[in-house]
Design a protein around this ligand. Structure first.
Ligand code: SF4
Length: 698
């Protein structure tokens, strides 16, 4: 445990992918004082409203403090024996693909690593997927198609060095506030331009030089037009093009695309393209508005194509930059926490990669084909193909698309285990076995932020009741399933060393993710580990990628990909005339398990709502604060109306945080159909179709 001053502990914020450093000073009574860590390279002392309120969320209200079986408290041995024996029996009777883990970007890297090892190397299935599938899987797919690996090329410092920052489908001001603060500070100092591409006029548009209110899902058409302008405007980087493939086909697809699908006027499109072409240092930041789409991977590649064509990648102030929603979505990607990946960016489809991982783990088996991605996993739960399911630190009965059917599927599953800090989520209430897990401020481990910086999370408070760290619970089950030696970890540091050593093997295969320089870290070295950007090898410390024109594809070249605009999967029409966008608000986090504990955070926007354009409200006879019923092909919700021209006519926006527990009629994901991007498996959470009607007066 590293102390920076008497009684102060250096750790990392557990909310978004900015990964801000936090200084915590425990008060000895179960609470702590919180402030931003002035030395952490993600935030340099800044915290947003959620980070500043962390101390208000440390209490034990609602905590699960004992294992439970069928709603009754029990001891750990009984609970763990039951979990191990039911998983072993299910695998023996129905095969390894009859079981699944559904995990979370809230897990620490060490927890994730053990879960992935247990499922892929010992149970022998790749049925482990994560709620990060809902967050950034399209970026992973886009990166792999263009670069050969899932590599974020740049660094947060690029935001301060850029002369033009483009936000695509990203309300950074609310969802990654400290990054937005860094951009505002840079704008004050140096004056880089800011462009926002988003169907809504969000808080990120305040003071922006240009806002492009594109039609939902039309980003590919816009970036294809930009690609054409780059070509015609003489902005190609001919030297860099020799390090890429696919230019001619990409240009042909770009010419064939139809920019009118964006709904933007020509002057706005020209203004955007003019800024891009006229500025050498451009960073394009993108997040859920790009990723959560049935063409999310194509959107990512449309953006990457423009950066590859101009060589604006991996250089100071240049590059495409995906920002992750969750604190450790990136760490999960690194350990293979997705159903279609091995650990350390090795490929499940590659026999040599599989053999190397199996040998390293001394595993009896290794999964040899991709497992079920989140949406398909819950379909398989519903139709009985998955018979034993372990859900860790996430609430799919609320947060998955088609949430009503997901809830019914979990309720009908033969055997459901939930590990969490509380037994009061909609999902936990459906569990046969509840396992009490340590909370954020009680855990030791690491997380990786969107900037590839590995930071330590350190225990600030003692673990209450019988709760345990997640890696410990998973390892116990592995041992009880008969694999004692492979899961005999003494602490999180031991897991980290094993993981760092495995990454050296990945480095030997020419993979990007290599932190083998940390494999011999002592326990005290791990305790004192400073924020460190990967890769970390003996000869290299983490910097930018690709400026040298070397990629991780078989031929070493970056790939441009021809992509074309496709409309969202669900069509609006007479029955469902409105397009519903879902997303976050500034002061809540996911399904509010933690943030709802803070009165200050709950005061920002106190109840669920739907934003409606004034013209639509007039047509529907809806007045401010009326209740509005939304119906979609998947389900129904009832929400308070907020009438605002920040949304376009025909489009609605509703936040996704409220749950069956605190607002039974506001489970927004019950309205979202389980349509996914065919490449990434990421659901289209921002383009549902709904009917709207006035339900009651406000
Ligand atoms: Fe935490 Fe993200 Fe806010 Fe930083 S920006 S304090 S990581 S929620």
């Amino acid at each position: 445990m590293e102390r920076v001053g008497a009684g102060t502990i250096r750790t990392t914020c557990p909310y978004c992918g900015v990964g801000c450093g936090v200084l915590m000073e425990p008060d000895g009574k179960g609470g702590a004082r919180v402030k931003g860590d002035p030395e952490h390279p993600a935030n340099y002392g800044r915290l947003c409203s959620k980070g500043s309120a962390l101390a208000e969320t440390l209490g034990l209200q609602g905590r699960l403090l004992s294992p439970q079986v069928d709603g009754q408290d029990t001891d750990w041995d009984s609970a763990l024996d039951l979990v191990a024996s039911r998983f072993a029996r299910t695998v023996a009777e129905h095969g390894p693909d009859s079981v699944a883990f559904y995990v979370s970007g809230q897990l620490l890297t060490e927890d994730y690593y053990v879960a992935n090892k247990l499922m892929k190397g010992f149970i022998g299935s790749a049925n482990i997927d994560t709620n990060s599938r809902l967050c950034m899987a399209s970026t992973v797919a886009g990166h792999k198609r263009a670069f050969g690996t899932d590599t974020v090329p740049g660094t947060f410092e690029d935001l301060e060095e850029a002369d033009l920052i483009v936000l695509v489908g990203s309300n950074l001001a609310w969802c990654h506030p400290v990054l937005y603060q860094r951009i505002l500070a840079a704008r004050k100092k140096r004056g880089p331009r800011l462009v926002v591409i988003d169907p809504r006029r969000t808080a990120s548009c305040d003071g922006a030089d240009l806002h492009l209110p594109v039609k939902p899902g039309s980003d590919v058409a816009l970036f294809n037009r930009l690609f054409v302008e780059i070509y015609e405007g003489g902005a190609l980087d001919q030297a860099f093009l020799s390090h890429t493939t696919g230019f001619d086909a990409t240009l042909a697809a770009a010419y064939a695309d139809d920019v009118t699908q964006t709904g933007l006027d020509e002057a706005t499109i020209r203004a955007f393209c003019g800024l891009w072409l006229g500025t050498e240092k451009v960073v394009t930041i993108f997040s859920q508005g790009v990723n959560q789409s049935s063409s999310g991977s194509d959107k990512v590649n449309a953006i990457l194509n423009c950066h590859l064509a101009t060589g604006r990648i991996g250089k100071p102030g240049c590059g495409p930059f995906s920002v992750t929603g969750q604190p450790n979505a990136m760490g999960g990607r690194e350990v293979g926490g997705l159903a279609n990946m091995l650990a350390c960016h090795l490929d499940l489809e590659d026999a040599a990669h599989r053999a190397a991982v199996r040998d390293f783990w001394q595993a009896p088996v290794i999964a040899d084909q991709a497992g079920l991605k989140a949406v398909d996993m819950f379909r398989a739960v519903g139709d009985g193909r998955i018979r034993a399911l372990w859900i860790i630190h996430t609430n799919p009965a609320v947060s998955m698309p088609d949430a009503d059917r997901v809830r019914a599927a979990i309720a009908g599953c033969d055997f459901v285990v939930v590990s969490d800090i509380t037994g009061a989520t909609d999902t936990a209430r459906l569990a046969d076995v509840l396992l009490p897990a340590a909370a954020w401020a009680e855990k030791e481990g690491t997380v990786t932020n969107s900037d590839r910086i590995i930071s330590r999370q350190r225990a600030v408070l003692p673990i209450p009741g019988q709760a345990r760290p997640d890696w410990d619970i998973l390892a116990e089950v592995g041992r009880r399933m008969g694999w004692g030696a492979a899961f005999d970890y003494a602490n999180a540091a031991e897991i980290f060393r094993e993981y760092a050593a495995l990454s050296g093997i990945a480095g030997g295969f020419g993979r990007d993710f290599d932190i083998s320089g940390l494999k011999d870290l002592s326990d005290s070295g791990y305790a004192a580990l400073q924020p460190t950007r990967w890769p970390v090898t003996d000869g290299r410390a983490g910097g930018r990628f690709f400026a040298d024109g070397r990629f991780f594809t078989p031929d070493g070249k970056g790939r441009m990909l021809p992509v074309s605009w496709k409309p969202p999967a669900a069509k609006t029409g007479k029955r469902y005339p409105y397009r519903l966008n879902t997303g976050r608000i500034r002061d809540q986090w996911h399904t509010m398990t933690r943030t709802a504990l803070s009165p200050r955070l709950s005061a920002h926007l106190a109840e669920p709502f739907v934003e409606i354009h004034p013209a639509d409200a007039l047509q529907l006879g809806v007045r401010p604060a009326d209740l509005v019923a939304l119906d979609s092909p998947a389900g129904q919700a009832i929400l308070r109306a907020r009438i605002t021209d920040t949304v376009q006519p025909g489009e609605l926006f509703a936040p996704m945080h409220w749950t069956g527990e605190n607002a039974p009629s506001a489970r927004i994901d019950a309205l979202v159909s389980p349509v996914t991007d065919p490449v990434s498996g990421q659901p289209e959470s921002k383009a549902a179709v709904v009917a709207a009607r006035r339900f009651a007066a406000g």
